[in-house]
Ligand binder design. Sequence first.
Ligand code: ADP
Ligand code: MG
Length: 239
Amino acid sequence: MSVLKIKDVSKIFPNGTTAVDSFSLDVADGELVCLLGPSGSGKSTLLRMVGGFETPTSGLMTIDGEDITRVPPEKRPTGMVFQSHALWTHMNVFKNLAFGLKLRKVPADEIKRRVEGVLELVGLGGYGTRSVTQLSGGQQQRVALARSLVLEPKILLLDEPFASLDQHLRERLREEVRDIQQRLKITTLFVTHGQDEALSMADRIVVMRDGKTEQIDRPDVVYREPQTPFVAGFIGTMN
Ligand code: ADP
Ligand code: MG
């Protein structure tokens, strides 16, 4: 069953740029779909529309059959991790995670239970009282992920979450995120311009260019039969 439906969604910015062009996609329950494409292909704009941070010029988006096209971000069952994670540096780790739950009037004992559970999940058990400024880049990115997960979103949206980290850490976090995603069975859209990231993580890959889909397939099919220079060129460099 598809949880998220994106139907003929376009985004034309006031300056006339068409960032997303009649894009459609159905994402199944528990699926991890990678949006892969070069810089400027419309990945972030698309993800921001699903998260409610941009309004589509036209088209329709539904989650579990409910129209969310014009619902504000805080009322959507989505959680987004941005490229620059923007943690609140004046709050400790616990408070960074608790903030959104307090806004939603979740009782204090449940906040504690959920925050501690999610910190364990991302490998930061016992880090609640630490200042986020004392954490490494990788740990901060785990806090950003935890901050989204603690809201228990139906759909997790990740926009190049590891872009600022070194290759080794990127590969480790990739595996961790995939592991957490599968354990929680959380439906996920993952934006990346890294072909290796998409090929190693995704259930399905959408290769984008100019706001449109160039290819949509399972990673093994994209690997064997790449339909785009963006992927074919990369695979060429691997062999
Ligand atoms: P990607 O994430 O794939 O790099 P983006 O979605 O950020 O692509 O951008 C897609 C296109 O839309 C690019 O041409 C970009 O310059 C343009 N764009 C993005 N945001 C805006 C904006 N706020 N106003 C005008 N053009 C924008
Ligand atoms: Mg982007």
